[in-house]
Design a protein around this ligand. Structure first.
Ligand SMILES: [Ca+2]
Ligand SMILES: [Ca+2]
Length: 392
């Protein structure tokens, strides 16, 4: 996402502009079959960027606030109370695209209480991937002194920090890493496998290896290479993967990768795949590099900058029981327009893409999913969480 472009005033501008719906592209409003409804009307958050929950049977939701807080609350529409599960705002450098950006609960959270976060800190600017543990006496409170840093990597610029962390069905931890920032990837990080920038990483947090606080999975594509490639790399050639997710039924890894000046893209991420940046922006040549002989993987879907927006927010394959007509479709959106779409994928190619609705205010920072597969959308500026509802 391009937080920088959307302070609250800009979001208000989007509302004003969207009053004249006839001027907007995409399906006409009358054809939209869904509407966003506030999921937890009594709750508001400060700059929410992630929603997730542990598989611990408690049916609680955890919302990440960009400044460095995690809020916890009961997953029911009438909930009135939330509380701060973790507050590391004093450690976090936030603002623009920086901040506490990701949260993943360990698959064995119920027994070990471990969770993982992705945040930026200053002096020098870097991303931190670390593990915390829940308090032994209060399940709604993390132990702030429990931090174990797993991995850090320098951030040459304030933008493009990726930020998602999530466990795959293989119980490995996947990490989204942007190209480092500025514009047009000036250091060509996306195509350089000797840096972690511009990649999706995959690490094994069940073990440690040598000096690492984790292990390199045995089947990572560059494990044991002799060329100096980082062995944490799972896929490369990404610009700013803003939200990836695994299909909870078949494990397919979906990602939205934010474009440069022209095109936003959706990728299906495969092990060892090169997703093209900065040689390509989606399907178009961006910066020719005759030296680069790598095979590049095109997105399975893309859309041009314009009325549909200019900053993709990847979502989830839908298994939300309240949305039966969307089962198996990939729901994603655009941060600036607030558009929410459902992409139908055949297993080989995108078949169609349907505009479902748009958030009433811009700043669609993320989608979220609870343990039952119910889907949520997060509005950054208003600090509200939405569900999709079928129109009657
Ligand atoms: Ca950066
Ligand atoms: Ca690409």
């Amino acid at each position: 996402m391009k937080f920088v472009k959307i302070p609250v005033l800009a979001a208000l501008l989007i509302i004003l502009l969207s009053c004249d719906l006839k001027t907007r592209s995409g399906s006409p409003v009358a054809a939209e079959k869904f509407t966003p409804a506030e999921a937890f009307p009594a709750l508001s958050f400060e700059l929410p960027v992630e929603l997730t929950s542990p598989e611990d049977g408690t049916n609680r939701l955890f919302v990440v606030e960009q400044q460095g807080r995690i809020q916890v609350f009961a997953n029911k529409p009438g909930v009135k109370i939330k509380s701060a599960f973790l507050d590391i705002a004093s450690k976090v450098k936030s603002g623009g695209e920086m901040g506490l950006l990701g949260l993943a609960f360990h698959p064995d959270y119920r027994s070990n209480g471990y969770f993982y976060v992705n945040y930026t800190r200053g002096n020098p600017l870097e991303t931190v991937i670390s593990r915390f543990k829940v308090s032994t006496s209060n399940p709604n409170l993390a132990d702030p002194a429990s931090e174990t840093i797993l991995l850090t990597y320098p951030q040459p610029y304030s933008n493009h920090n990726g930020g998602k962390v999530a466990f795959g069905p293989d119980k490995m931890l996947y990490i989204a890493v942007g190209d480092g920032g500025s514009g047009a990837d000036p250091h060509n990080n996306g195509q350089n496998r000797r840096t972690l920038l511009g990649k999706i990483l995959r690490i094994d947090v069940y073990k440690t290896e040598g000096a690492l606080q984790y292990a390199i999975p045995g089947d990572n594509p560059f494990r044991g290479n002799t060329e100096g490639f980082r062995e944490e790399i799972y896929a490369w050639g990404l610009r700013n993967p803003w939200r990836f997710a695994f299909d909870r039924k078949n494990g397919t890894l979906w990602a939205g990768d934010v474009g440069q000046n022209k095109i936003e893209e959706i990728d299906i991420i495969e092990k060892g795949g090169n997703y093209g940046w900065r040689v390509m922006e989606a399907n178009e040549l961006f910066k020719r590099d005759p030296e680069n002989k790598a095979t590049l993987i095109n997105p399975i879907w893309s859309y041009p900058h314009g009325a549909d927006g200019n900053s993709v927010t990847g979502g989830y394959v839908c298994y939300d029981k309240s949305l039966p007509t969307l089962t198996g479709k990939y729901l994603f959106g655009d941060f600036t327009s607030g558009n929410i779409w459902a992409l139908t994928y055949s297993g080989k190619e995108a078949v169609s893409n349907e505009l479902l609705t748009r958030l009433p205010q811009g700043g669609l920072s993320s989608f979220g999913e609870d343990t039952q597969g119910n889907l949520f959308m997060l509005a950054l500026g208003p600090g509200k969480i939405y569900r999709l509802e079928a129109k009657k």
